[in-house]
Ligand binder design. Structure first.
Ligand code: ATP
Length: 468
């Protein structure tokens, strides 16, 4: 049984060191979350899989790591200063503030809401009698535009001239580096640039665990093509991303594609789709794919006065601004999705209940764990030797655990999703009647619970060959 409520997962994440509430000892801070040791491993693995699939395994992609703070003119040119707004509504009764479109979306569905203009939001909230989630009254003020960019000041003087924004998306770092990338990397179209990094949005109503936070990580690609080849590239990316999620174990029925209606499209976009996941509270955006035409490059060309055109290496007379298709992944939402998919409660053949995180082995925080059967000193010593050999001879991430009964330790490894547990027992030491088992260990499979006995040498050789 997968996680049916978010609370089950939030509790496991806290208990097992995946995700902690941010600033907890001070009472927290508005839906901020800190990744604990296991969450950090999981997130790093998600990023590594992503980078591997979309950069290392392709001959048409390179990577970038641009600054979070950028010249504020970037955000004027990109349209964010003017247009990066959400509709804010105030409850006239209790003064609480919400995103008007999201309140309507919960009742009417996303399709009905995305086409609404700002003026239509308050009348619709009143007509649909949508109550304030805080006080329960239906008394809404007119919706206002709220710009979601965080502002700060750089340097020692806090005036308008020192104003900078925390980037609300990673994408613009790629566009402003377009010329550098083309000049230094001798790129030929089509090519893409990938980037993973933090983005900041002053969301009106953060919530649903790590789904909507004000500080989050994105994994974005800008894929540049010759104008006219954008529609085909769009289709290819749609399939590639769908396959990537499925390949790492997302259940097909929990994913769907939502095509944005014409009225909903940003003015520069000819097509946008979202890949949505069935979260415990309903369908929500996991990934967005947009055809941004040459909007961003042409805006930056105009605003910076720099020539950002691409020159065909085989025909210098062919100079143009490429079109761009943008696959944009939310890293935290992707991690949340893998956590939800992995969460399984099941009954074992012996009647016991267990919770197990059935991560794809490529994503599991630990590849394996070494567990001495009991706390006997010579058993621990032998197990430590095996553990150290694994650390030395392989690139695998290995846990070592001696705390509590062996049953409890198996439960813990199940709950953190470790695919294999290696148990070192009296057979391994070849004691007494177990001489025939000397220098062998058992390997327990997380999902099938099957235990296989093999020699330590065979184990290390096997791990070395499967090690990444
Ligand atoms: P939403 O409609 O949920 O606000 P969006 O359409 O504004 O999302 P995009 O601008 O397309 O999101 O950003 C790309 C991806 O970044 C999203 O698909 C999502 O996975 C992630 N993302 C966006 N906002 C947040 C947030 N506040 N917290 C966590 N992830 C986010």
């Amino acid at each position: 049984m997968p996680a049916t409520s978010l609370d089950q997962l939030v509790s496991l994440c806290k208990r097992r060191g995946f995700i902690f509430p941010g600033s907890e000892i001070y009472g927290g801070l508005a839906n901020t979350w800190d990744y604990g040791p296991l969450g950090t491993e999981l997130k790093n693995r998600v990023k590594r899989q992503w980078w591997n699939s979309f950069v290392h395994k392709r001959d048409d992609m390179v990577g970038l790591d641009a600054s979070i703070l950028m010249n504020p003119r970037v955000w004027e040119a990109s349209g964010h200063v003017k247009n990066f707004n959400d509709p804010l509504v105030d409850c006239k009764n209790c003064k609480a503030r919400f995103r008007g479109d999201k309140l309507l979306e919960e009742k009417l569905g996303v399709e009905a809401v995305t086409v609404l203009s700002l003026d239509q939001i308050q009348p619709m909230l009143m007509a649909e009698k949508i109550p304030c989630p805080t006080c329960g009254k239906v008394n809404w003020a007119t919706a206002k535009k709220f710009n979601m960019m965080f502002q700060t000041h750089q340097g020692v003087i806090e005036d308008e001239a020192a104003l900078v924004y925390l980037r609300p998306e990673t994408a613009q770092g790629i566009f402003v580096n377009f010329k550098n990338l083309v000049d230094t990397m001798r790129m030929r179209l089509p090519f893409g640039v990938a980037q993973v990094g933090k983005a900041f949005r002053n969301e009106i109503t953060p919530g649903n665990f790590t789904f909507r936070t004000r500080e989050f990580e994105q994994m974005e690609i800008e894929y540049f093509v010759e104008p006219g080849k954008d529609a085909t590239a769009f289709e290819e990316w749609k399939q590639t991303v769908w396959d990537w999620y499925m390949g790492l174990g997302i259940t097909q029925n929990n994913l769907r594609i939502r095509e944005h209606a014409k009225e909903e499209l940003a003015f520069y976009s000819s097509r946008t789709i979202d890949i949505e996941y069935k979260f415990p509270w309903g369908w929500g955006e996991l990934f967005g794919l947009a055809n941004r035409s040459d909007y961003d490059l042409s805006q930056h060309e105009k605003a910076s006065g720099q020539d950002l055109k691409f020159t065909d290496p085989d025909d210098a007379t062919k100079k143009f601004l490429p079109y761009v298709v943008e696959p944009s992944f939310g890293c935290d939402r992707t991690v949340l999705t893998f956590l939800l998919e992995a969460y399984t409660e099941e009954k074992l053949p012996n009647g016991e209940d267990r919770t197990v995180m059935k991560f794809d082995p490529r994503l599991a925080p630990y590849d394996l764990a070494v567990l001495p059967l009991s706390k006997k000193e010579h058993l621990i010593g032998k197990a430590k030797d095996i553990y150290r050999t694994i650390l030395k001879e392989t690139n695998l991430v290995c846990d070592f655990d001696v705390t509590g009964s062996i049953g409890k330790r198996y439960r813990r490894q199940d709950e953190i999703g470790t695919p294999h547990a290696i148990t070192v027992d009296f057979g391994t030491l070849g004691e007494d009647e177990k001489q025939g088992e000397k220098d062998t260990v058992t390997i327990r499979d997380r999902d099938t619970l099957k235990q296989e006995r093999m020699t330590i040498d065979a184990l290390i050789n096997h791990l070395k060959s499967s090690s990444r």
